[in-house]
Design a protein around this ligand. Sequence first.
Ligand code: PMP
Ligand code: GLN
Length: 375
Amino acid sequence: MSKLPHTATSIFTVMTQMANQHQAVNLSQGFPNFPVDARLLEIIARKTAENVHQYQPSSGYPPLLQKIARLIFDSYQRKVNPDTEILVTAGATQGIFTAIQALVYPGDEVVILDPCYDSYETPIVLSGAKAIHVSLLPDFTPDWEAIANAVHSKTRMIIINNPHNPSGRIWTETDFVALEDLTARFPNLIVLSDEVYEYITFEQPHVSIHHREKLHDRSLSVSSFGKSFHITGWKIGYLVGPESLIKEIKKVHQFLVFSVNSLAQAAISDYLDLVDVTALRPFYQNKRDTFRKLMANTPFEWLPCEGSYFQVASYAGFSSESDVDFTKRLVTDYGVAAIPVSAFYADGKDLSHIRFCFAKDEQTLAKAAERLAQL
Ligand code: PMP
Ligand code: GLN
């Protein structure tokens, strides 16, 4: 009997395979296709000649832990202790998995907000806990009434994702106040804040859990260098939280990976001395705007995109197909791959929405637009 009878191959793998098979322009899985910063490539080449090829301390390469603490201070004016409050992980995915394994008990409930990223549910199930899916409102903002109704004494954790994949919406001050009110009523409730797109917000600044002092003693933030430095294949990120929680997470981490790829840690540590993460905002805002301009001749309706590198489009105005069928037809008949948003809902809710990733060079985006203009 399978421990995960309902877990199938991820939609991101499925769509990328399909895109490759049909030589389609791949705007499905979220990864950039433009070159990595030449300075980072130069650093990693130089680092390979240094003695950084052996195990590092389980929590992370010490200089990198220091640099992460500095980055958090510079970005959010929050002081964290690099020795006790940070853990370097093999991508945000491992951070999420490890945190859930360490902190969630059999019989617990974990609230997740649909549509949501696919790596939350499985670690919850493997912990013997139950995922409680609460839908976001139709505009993809949190439904505080529904969330409050779902949270009770058995709720161990709520997972939030801001900026949000797939919708590109971001959290407001009001959302955080509602979360603070809720957590005040449930002293054992932990907040796991997935902020892998923290440096990619557009007209409005990102409000991070790092800004919310009231939540610090019970919150974990998850970050991804893969997303922030266009190196998704390096699989490196980090968790930040209070010592009491990080201490427990480190126990699991020790036996899941022990320590993360040393060369990547050493290279990113040096790179953090020269990279300007605030440059990501104008860079991706320009991509979003270029993408939308290029797509002006297509029949889609574009939903708001406040952050992340995803843009959701509605095709309800010109097709009544399911989003899965529609997405398949886009690949086979038009040569463009996207993600059906129903894949992000536990109940497969289909709102005739598909998600495009615009973290691509202009030529790729233009080719996709040209093809989709035939719709
Ligand atoms: N969270 C969200 C919301 C994501 O979109 C992704 C995909 N990159 C991840 C976590 C995983 O990040 P990583 O590649 O660093 O594991
Ligand atoms: N986060 C990426 C996305 O949403 C996918 C990462 C993966 O394939 N696991 O497209």
